[in-house]
Design a binder for this molecule. Sequence first.
Ligand code: FES
Length: 357
Amino acid sequence: MLEKLAPPNPPLTDGVVTLRAFRAEDAPDIAAACQDPAIQRWIPIIPRPYTEADARRFILMTLQAWHDGTSCEFAIVDAGDNRFLGAVGVHLGRNLRRHAIGYWVAPAARRRGVATRAVRLASRWAFERLETQRLCLWTLPGNVASQAVAEKTGFRFESLTRNWESDRDDRPTDAVMYAMTPEDLADALAAEETPDDALVAVIPRELRAPGTRAAPFVQVARLATLTPGSLRRVTLADLDLLVAWTAAGIVVSDDRCPHMAAPLSIGELDGCVVACPLHEGRFDLCTGETVRMPTTGGLDADGIYHSPWSPSGAAAKPEPPSKKLEARRLTRVQRLRYYPARIRDGHLEAQLPILPE
Ligand code: FES
């Protein structure tokens, strides 16, 4: 059981749907939706007939579950006018790294991608906030609409599991099992490619920046304002991003030299290699590797020491005081890290760790 769980504040949203905690005033909408024959058919635990008293009990149960740390239940509402659209919940397992997700959408809100959006938001939140390593989801075998949502969101079919559920008459019934890892979610987001995505460089998967595994895509720049061979700083909240249009395509990284954090955006780009404005360091923006160590020397990404050096023709600099010398000797020049990028609606977007409002 997880302690001190609370609905996210501000609520989760993708600009089209918002996930928030249930409120007492949702009862009439819940009662109306749960009388729908499809919801009654595919979710056997929902009472039949379903009344407003059932809805009020359900709302109290969801709030208690947040308090007890047993389940994280969200109302899905329209991000524009707050209309009630449905429900999605992350049900916490005894093993704190494996949870299950469930959802339903009111009849009037179907066929608009509401469930897909809501499941994506809740899944991403579970992977980040709960550090979940596996989310599972199951449906009754005939519920093809729910299975389509699962697959579109990034869940993968795992099995037809016998006698997993019970029907309304308490008879055992089979279930179709799906599961998703953070990598599955990231792959599903990345798979929604457009022809413009060919402008984006393929980055080394192991060099993705921390916190981007299942992070949302955020607009970074209008594509029309970028030119091949250019370097640009874009600041979003406290992130200073480097947008570089290299010979291999566009990359988004931190606008900080991996040596001593100088802004690479004011350096010089030649093909894939950027020359830092300080210390003569050169870095390959297409592979993340250091091409030339800075004049100060130090440790490379593999921890190997490199001596200080001077450009040819320049006089050797005197050794600095011992503390400074030690700091230089221990400074590690790490490989570059990347924010996965894509092009949507004429904008460069990058997967960024959630930014403060
Ligand atoms: S800060 Fe870039 S090489 Fe030193």
